[in-house]
Design a protein around this ligand. Structure first.
Ligand SMILES: Cc1cc2nc3c(=O)[nH]c(=O)nc-3n(C[C@H](O)[C@H](O)[C@H](O)COP(=O)(O)OP(=O)(O)OC[C@H]3O[C@@H](n4cnc5c(N)ncnc54)[C@H](O)[C@@H]3O)c2cc1C
Length: 232
């Protein structure tokens, strides 16, 4: 037996894409339900260990602002992110990076969504879509609270993998269509590292060690190091 729920916009997925989409829609006055299969927000950036948040800059100009910029500023104010730090030896990812704390990422996202009036459903996985022509009429969800049938006016697929489009019968291509996809990466974090000493161990190897220097909103100087490649 499915419990029925109506809303203007159903955002499926609580990763960075879903968080931003839900905030934008709710701030425009829509009644938004965000459905996340996990127990917390953030998607890949909080479920796994990424490197830093990739650049919001082109050369020295910050070209990404808006809600994403606001989100980073709030994390910085909560002492949960370094802000955009210029890399002295850029790696392939660009010249500015932002390191962040997983729990503060989740917490900042949840507070912003709650303030905007977004309804959150955790532990809910969309397993089926019911179509009327090319429009999604119903999302069928299995959750810890039983089965739910969501009847949204609009669905935003923020599953990261296009799950909703695929469930709805849309054609899709994996990666570049020739089997080429972004490879997995193995990341870990360490605290209490003397980054200046570490950096001196690898002079002239800009592809392997990226040293980022930035200033916290408190004025305190921060450094971080990221390694690329193997055998470091
Ligand atoms: C190996 C690797 C390394 C990366 N390294 C970096 C990095 O260093 N820096 C960086 O900035 N970016 C990095 N990225 C990219 C970054 O992870 C993505 O750009 C970002 O996570 C995309 O956000 P998203 O919201 O689209 O999807 P996701 O983060 O994947 O979030 C999707 C969310 O949808 C939920 N979901 C999925 N299916 C369903 C369903 N059927 N029902 C309900 N919920 C569902 C998932 O639980 C998840 O929370 C990396 C990606 C990969 C794969």
């Amino acid at each position: 037996m499915y419990q029925k729920v109506e809303c203007d916009i159903a955002v499926v997925g609580g990763g960075p894409g879903g968080i931003m989409a839900a905030l934008a829609a709710a701030r425009c006055g829509a009644e938004v339900l965000l459905i996340e299969q996990g127990a917390f927000l953030g998607g890949t950036p909080t479920r796994s260990v990424l490197g830093p948040i990739s650049p919001f800059h082109f050369q020295d100009e910050q070209i990404i602002q808006g809600i994403a910029g606001e989100f980073i500023s709030k994390m910085v104010k909560s002492h949960g992110a370094t802000g955009h730090m210029k890399c002295m030896n850029p790696t392939g990812t660009g010249s500015y990076v932002c390191f962040y704390d997983h729990e503060i990422y989740e917490d900042t996202a949840q507070k912003m969504l709650e303030e905007a009036g977004v309804s959150l459903l955790f532990h809910g996985t969309v397993l089926e879509t019911v179509m009327r022509g090319r429009r999604i009429e119903t999302l069928r969800i299995e959750s810890r609270f039983g089965g739910l049938e969501i009847h949204p006016k609009i669905v935003v697929d923020a599953t990261g993998d296009g799950d909703i489009a695929a469930l709805s019968g849309e054609k899709f291509v994996l990666g570049d269509g020739k089997g080429g996809m972004q490879p997995g990466s193995l990341m870990f974090e360490m605290a209490g590292v003397d980054t200046n000493r570490l950096y001196r161990l690898y002079p002239g190897q800009p592809g392997r060690v990226c040293k980022a220097v930035g200033y916290h909103s408190s004025g305190q100087r921060k450094t971080a190091a990221a390694f690329c490649g193997s055998g470091v």
